[in-house]
Design a protein around this ligand. Structure first.
Ligand code: 5RP
Ligand code: FE2
Length: 226
């Protein structure tokens, strides 16, 4: 993955469930790179979202990359299932396991990109010994589990720290930000070093513009230099 490339991942849980395929066509037209698929189990987070049948039905319908964000306890059991369903990037939370290296290598052995997600209150130190093995760090900018939450501003500093840790090791790792990503927060996060922007109710799905137009505007916002 290229850290300098800006990537837009549209959070499908924020789309119109009753007209999902038409929303996906608009996202394709609007130039997003990936569909962000939030998997929630009602245990790691107090909410439920998306699942295997949706991926199974969607995979033949679009060539957009599937960026799967597990917000589940025990993601270990789900990794091979979602890999088989066509996930391209598989991200799980560091708070859910004591077997980080094992799980990352099982994702890589399945031929997928591996991402690690950190809650807003989780310090970046946990990444130190696993950096060489991962493709992406997903920095949660809200507590995981719900769309439309308030951005936690303290996390900007964590993005900055992670970016300098990656650069000092000359590694090529994407930094994704997820939760409350929009007009006010993109400039701060881009300056701090983020390059993957997860678009939800704070941007593409805010309802202010048609999805296709909103996606184009969001890319412009993310590609600007701040
Ligand atoms: O992982 C998530 C929630 O846990 C979502 O991807 C995220 O919240 C995106 O939506 P919004 O822009 O509404 O915050
Ligand atoms: Fe997410």
């Amino acid at each position: 993955m290229n850290e300098e490339t800006i990537k837009i991942s549209a959070s499908l849980d924020c789309a119109n469930y009753l007209d999902l395929l038409s929303d996906i066509r608009k996202l394709e037209e609007g130039g997003v790179n990936m569909l962000h698929l939030d998997i929630m189990d009602g245990h790691f987070v107090p909410n439920y979202a998306l699942g295997t049948n949706l991926l199974r039905k969607l995979r033949p319908q679009t060539s957009l990359l599937f960026d799967v964000h597990f917000m589940t306890s025990n993601p270990e059991v789900s990794i091979p299932i979602f890999a088989d369903l066509g996930a391209d990037i598989i991200t799980f939370h560091v708070e859910t396991t004591s077997r980080l290296h094992q799980m990352v290598s099982s994702i890589k052995n399945l031929g997928k990109k591996a991402g690690l997600a950190l809650n807003p209150s989780t310090p970046p130190d946990i990444l130190e010994y696993i950096f060489p093995y991962i493709d992406m760090v997903l920095v949660m900018t809200v507590d995981p589990g719900f769309v439309g939450q308030k951005f936690v501003p303290e996390v900007v500093k964590k993005v900055q720290i992670i970016k300098s840790l990656i650069d000092s090791r000359h590694l090529n790792i994407d930094i994704a930000v997820d939760g409350g990503i929009g007009e006010k927060t993109v400039p701060l996060l881009k300056k701090a070093g983020a390059n993957v922007f997860i678009a939800g109710t704070s941007s593409i799905f805010s309802g202010k513009d048609e999805i296709e137009i909103a996606a184009r505007k969001f890319r412009e916002l993310c590609e600007k230099t701040y």
